[in-house]
Ligand binder design. Structure first.
Ligand code: IMO
Ligand code: MG
Length: 424
């Protein structure tokens, strides 16, 4: 068995779906292990654009089985919609999609709480996707949450729902309870055939020689609950080790960890972003890269490549290799910058160990690089890139202390090339 993990290494939207889609051509299983419908994974295939939120990005390949692990949150209404959209596109996956019965369930209450919390926080709101992610994970941690398997037991579910509403000091009338149970039973009728034991499947194939598993991360390490830019993070773990926690297939068994970085940086929602660009260069990159949220449609904040943050995430994820996406988006810019240190009160920091109250006041220190004019969308290997683009990639490698193995130069599957080990 061969296993690879594809992990977002910044604040999400690094182009993970495109890379998973590219690698899924040779994978038997593609597995999601954390997050929920806050993810927006876009794949362009032929003239079609597919946006997936909970279903793994391997779904377009007819022989790939897609698994959703216990660490993922499932919103029954949204996943049904996602399934219907794929059916409409004539993608047949009825026998190759399975959700772990332990997965957490997002309820309408969680979305309501998400919105209410954001309103209460006012100026210090997180800027969540509004999908109920924080409240649903919090409830699971507080042991008051609902799991997918509970939908099969309406009486038990009814008691749990009553407890949940009491816990949150919310009123639940008998009428509302009956309505919610009916809706969840309806969802269960639909989701039953897609529910099973993902942990067992993965551990059973662990010793089968010619099987391969691809783990698909959502969000990015700087949004990790413990190691991200807390409190401006998501509520799940977004690191190499999360693949084990979220599936029951130990991360010790994963052969290769690929960290995905964009050639520049983006962030949606609030929170520190040291290399954010406030000039018209940001608009230029946003337009060229179509940098609008796939889940919420919000314009993404744009910044230069942050070498300090990128090295931090490469380290804590023990990356084997890095993947650079959206290199083409930078073409035509005269100058490119990479942040090599943060300056706070005259002192230089090359790590992320600053308090959240200091983060907003740091000044990025940049190294400057030459841009290039040529269109690189059709480049098929590194040697076809202009020298400036090659130099830029090599500088990123030096910051990451990790070799780049794959580069994306466009949205199509074919606009991707591998890089062999470079001799130094
Ligand atoms: P993919 O998988 C980018 C951000 C939100 C917000 C913070 C918390 O497409 O890379 P949440 O709704 O999770 O409670 O919001 O995290 N966020 C993402 N940003 N891409 C994502 O997923 C994200 N998922 C959550 O914008 O700042
Ligand atoms: Mg996204």
């Amino acid at each position: 068995m061969a296993s690879t993990l594809v992990l977002g290494c910044m604040w999400g939207d690094e182009g993970k779906a495109k890379i998973v889609d590219y690698l899924a051509a040779s994978a038997d299983f593609v597995v999601r292990f954390q997050g929920g419908s806050n993810a927006g994974h876009t794949i362009v295939y032929g003239n079609q654009k597919y946006v997936l939120h909970t279903i793994p990005s391997g779904i377009l390949y007819p022989d790939t089985t897609c698994l959703i692990g216990a660490g993922v949150l499932v919103d029954p209404t949204l996943i049904k919609e996602e399934i219907h959209n794929l059916e409409k596109a004539n993608i047949d996956f009825s026998k190759r999609l399975l959700i772990d019965y332990r997965a957490g369930v997002v309820l309408p209450l969680h979305k309501q709480l998400d919105m209410e919390n954001e309103t209460k926080l006012k100026k210090s709101k997180i800027g969540t996707t509004g999908k109920g992610i924080g409240p649903a994970y919090s409830d699971l941690t507080a042991r008051i949450g609902i799991r997918l398997e509970d939908l099969a037991y309406p009486e038990y579910l009814s008691e749990r729902l009553k407890q949940l509403y009491t816990y949150h000091h919310k009123k639940l009338t008998d009428e509302e309870l009956t309505k919610q149970i009916a809706e969840l039973q309806d969802s269960w009728k639909f989701l039953k055939k897609y529910t099973g034991d993902v942990e067992s499947i993965l551990n059973d194939i662990a010793n089968i020689k010619d099987k391969s598993i691809l783990f698909e991360g959502a969000q990015g390490t700087l949004l990790d609950l413990n190691f991200g830019t807390y409190p401006y993070v998501t509520s799940s773990r977004v690191m190499t080790d999360a693949a084990g926690i979220g599936t029951g297939f130990s991360a010790r068994r994963i052969d290769k960890v690929l960290g995905i970085y964009k050639a520049y940086t983006t962030r949606v929602g609030e929170g520190p972003f040291p290399t954010e660009i406030f000039t018209d260069i940001a608009d230029r990159i946003r337009t060229a890269g179509n940098e609008y949220g796939s889940t919420t449609g919000r314009p993404r904040r744009i910044g230069w490549f942050d070498g300090v943050a990128a090295r931090y995430s490469a380290r804590i994820n023990a990356l084997d290799n890095a993947v650079i996406t959206c290199l083409d988006v930078l073409q035509g810019l005269d100058e490119l910058k990479i942040c090599s240190a943060y300056k706070y009160k005259g002192k230089l920091y090359r790590s992320m160990k600053l308090h959240p109250s200091q983060f907003d006041k740091i000044e990025p220190v940049y190294e400057s690089f030459e841009g290039w004019d040529a269109d690189i969308c059709n480049c098929k290997n590194k040697s076809e890139l202009p020298k400036a683009a090659r130099d830029y990639l090599e500088a990123i490698e030096d910051f990451l202390e990790t070799r780049i193995c794959l580069v994306s130069v466009g949205r199509e599957r074919e606009q991707t090339f591998t890089i062999k080990e470079r001799k130094r």
